[in-house]
Design a protein around this ligand. Structure first.
Ligand code: ADP
Ligand code: MG
Length: 744
């Protein structure tokens, strides 16, 4: 049955070679009940482990049923253990978190027993070892003798021809020890039983043969009684390739997930961390990317994707006729004639207790959304619309009833000469808020003015976007303009330093004025009427000090106003359906309007840089996920260390590498799914406004549509599979025995 020919086992640790046993030649047959004795360190356990296939050997040959084993691959060795060997240990090696029933059942499941035959068999075996009353007791609650009975039950369940027991009574009191030996004797009839013991008297009356070892050598091999004899060489169990069925793997994996509550909770926390980390780094990156999509478009404050900016191809001002034609194009939600207003980002502040930023809008359309206060009644009143967050609401509320200057956010110039009063505030809808978030900078909301107020601002906006240059006797100069009623129309007063640009006598000369912007390029001529100096400035310009007036060109306010009293050169439309915005754009172009979709402008504005940045962000995401993975892996490894005992026990019971890897996978994936469900639940709660009203959180959650959640789920599961693979790989670096020895 089993034959060893000059087999030696050496241990090498740290360059030192120790001998487990050397040149042992023995033969064993079915029906034998063999005791191996010898002092501690003589090599008994090592010999048993080699026989069991738990350890390899270096020299000689071991035959099983005539088959040489030295060339066995790992799989063949696993198969050998599974079909031939039942192990019983001094330390019992039970799975403490399993019940007696589950411990025995595990063996049957691992050997591929069918579902319906498992239960009756388990009951029968448990009864045979006398533990019927303890079937549903956890192994950890049993006495030593009972534990060893479970170990024997397990060996029986395996139905192997060979049972090896390494000091099975070493941890038991005399009475339990005697009972265990008797039980082993009972089951020994058609099996080969090899038992290692210190205490030979205990087994003397049963054994058929006594082997004594000393210093790694067999020094005595004594036949005591002839074995029962007449046994046929028993067939080992059929080799079955993958015995643990998928369904049973699932059942065991799920059982393992929950049967140690503390471990389950720890793992869940780690996975919630992994999953939450994945969600937050993923959405964080999405958020960054979307900022890049909207871009820092310097020219347009309102960068909503629905917007098309239009100009007449002939660069002339729009007429009423144009507007009618444009509105008839279809898919037009809104025509914004005064579109400069759209792009004027401003802030209102009284320098002490409030500061709000916003985009200008016409007040009338927000009437229904007012929370407190009212619509503006004149051009010195404003309604503020803010996003729906506590912070913004409070800011708006604190501004209510106060006055402040409306200032251009780009230029720092006051858009209106007098202070305006905040007469009401309201809250934006989610869609309005999204449009605002698409705009290029961070804004509190919309400043809603009366139409007259808006018109004045439009004038100021036009002014701030144009550049005036003077040409005086062939010399280019750019100087700021001031207005003074005392200057006759069509005339200007020059400051002396501008007048000195020419050698000629200034008064009476013509000065050319060019006023240029994106929308117009106008030329005017003025006659120089006077030159003011440090001595006559007050008389000519009304300025109180010379410093206040120096360097300017003074003209009559009517002349100045004329330069900006112009038609509309640029308008915008907002489309209803952004999906067909390109069609709408082509129609407008066919009709003779230069059109420009803001959504395209976002890419142009960053010119390739954004592609690079996106690649960089994707890389950042990958690096974050890898870091997250390793942090999780190391924590998991610590937690799973407690599982090493479980898996080495499974291996000793005949579980293959693949079985263990499958079980780990099921366990980790189960936890990962629960963690994902928890995270998805939290996301949903934030999404539907049940918890948290933190802007940033809401913003992040807004990226988590079904598609993105699916991607995150896939990432989480992928990382879990990698974790499982890494862990099972590390588990199988060692032989089953070494793995076990290290843990116990
Ligand atoms: P026994 O079971 O008879 O007490 P063992 O078989 O455990 O003895 O040990 C036999 C010899 O092998 C001893 O000298 C022991 O130190 C050595 N040995 C056992 N296991 C290892 C190991 N994992 N690494 C190195 N030496 C070992
Ligand atoms: Mg030993």
């Amino acid at each position: 049955m089993l034959k060893l020919e000059k087999v030696s086992k050496y241990y090498s640790a740290g360059g030192v070679v120790a001998t487990g046993f050397s040149k042992v030649s023995l033969e064993f047959d079915i029906g034998e009940f063999i005791a191996i004795t010898g002092e501690s360190g003589s090599g008994k356990s090592t010999l048993l482990n080699v026989i069991s296939g738990l350890d390899s050997y270096e020299e000689g040959e071991m035959y099983v049923g005539g088959m040489a084993t030295s060339g066995f691959t790992r799989e063949e060795l696993e198969d050998y253990r599974k079909r031939y060997i039942g192990n019983i240990f001094q330390t019992f090696n039970l799975i403490n978190s399993y019940t007696v029933y589950q411990n025995v059942e595990l063996v049957l499941l691992l050997s591929g027993a069918k579902r319906e035959e498992v239960a009756p068999k388990v009951h029968q075996i448990i009864e045979r070892v006398g533990l019927k009353a303890y079937e549903n007791t956890k192994a950890s609650k049993l006495s030593g003798g009972q534990k060893q009975r479970v170990a024997i039950a397990r060996a029986l369940a395996k139905e192997t021809p060979i049972i090896v027991a390494d000091e099975p009574t070493g941890n038991l009191d005399t009475k339990s020890a005697a009972e265990i030996i008797e039980l082993l004797n009972e089951i020994s009839k058609d099996k080969l039983i090899i038992i290692v013991t210190h205490n030979y008297e205990q087994v003397e009356q049963y054994v058929t043969r006594k082997i004594t070892m000393h210093d790694g050598k067999v020094v005595e091999d004594k036949q005591l009684k002839s074995e029962a004899g007449g046994f046929d060489e028993p067939e080992a169990k059929e080799a079955v390739a993958d015995t643990l069925s998928g369904g049973n793997t699932l059942r065991l994996g799920v059982r393992n997930t929950f049967n140690i509550p503390a471990k389950f909770i720890l793992m869940l926390v780690v996975f919630v961390f992994l999953c939450g980390g994945t969600i937050s780094s993923y959405t964080g990156i999405m958020n960054e990317k979307s900022y890049m999509n909207s871009g820092w478009n310097q020219f347009f404050a309102d960068t909503s994707p629905e917007r098309i900016v239009i100009k007449r191809s002939d660069k002339k001002a729009f007429t009423k006729d144009d507007y009618e034609k444009i509105e008839a194009v279809g898919n037009i939600e809104q025509l914004v004639k005064d579109d400069l207003i759209l792009d004027t980002a401003a802030y209102i502040s009284n320098d002490s207790d409030f500061w709000l930023s916003g985009i200008l809008e016409s007040a009338s359309k927000f009437e229904d959304q007012i929370v407190e206060g009212r619509l503006p009644k004149n051009d010195r009143e404003v309604l503020i619309m803010v996003s729906d967050s506590e912070y913004e609401r409070e800011a708006a509320e604190s501004a209510l009833g106060k006055k402040g200057f409306l200032t251009n956010d780009n230029t720092g110039e006051q858009l209106l000469k007098e202070k305006i009063k905040v007469v009401g505030y309201g809250v934006l809808t989610r869609e309005q808020q999204e449009i605002m978030e698409h705009s290029s900078r961070y804004m509190s909301g919309y400043f809603c003015l009366s139409d007259k107020g808006l018109n004045e601002i439009r004038y100021a906006a036009l002014e701030s976007r144009s550049k005036i240059t003077f040409n005086y006797d062939g010399q280019e100069a750019s100087a700021p303009i001031k207005t003074y009623d005392g200057v006759p129309e069509g005339h200007v007063y020059l400051c002396e330093d501008i007048a000195y640009l020419s050698d000629k006598w200034a008064v009476g000369q013509t000065i050319k004025v060019n006023n240029k912007s994106l929308y117009f390029d106008d030329n005017y001529e003025f006659t120089v009427d006077a030159v003011y100096t440090s001595s006559n400035y007050n008389y000519l310009t009304g300025a109180k000090t010379y410093d206040e007036g120096a360097g300017y060109v003074y003209m009559n306010p009517k002349d100045y106003k004329k330069m900006y009293t112009k038609g509309n050169y640029q308008s915008s439309v907002k489309v209803k359906d952004v999906k067909i915005i390109d069609e709408t754009k082509s129609k407008l172009e066919e009709m003779g309007y230069d059109s420009f979709c803001l959504k395209d402008g976002m890419f142009d504005s960053s010119q390739g840089f954004s592609t690079l940045m996106k690649a960089f962000l994707t890389l950042t995401l990958a690096v974050t996920l890898i870091a997250l993975f390793f942090v999780t892996y190391f924590i998991m490894k610590l937690i799973l260390k407690s599982r090493n005992v479980y898996f080495s026990t499974v291996r000793m019971l005949g579980g293959t590498k693949r079985n263990c890897a499958d079980l780990i996978r099921v366990e980790i994936i189960t936890v990962a799914n629960i963690a994902f469900a928890i995270c998805a639940g939290l996301v949903a709660l934030v999404h539907f406004g049940v918890i948290g009203n933190i802007d940033y959180l809401n913003q992040l959650v807004s990226y988590l549509n079904v598609k993105n959640m699916a991607i995150i789920y896939a990432l989480t599961i992928l990382m879990s599979l990698l974790l499982a693979a890494r862990y099972s790989k590390s588990l199988f670096k060692k032989t089953a025995m070494n793995a076990y020895k290290e843990e116990v």
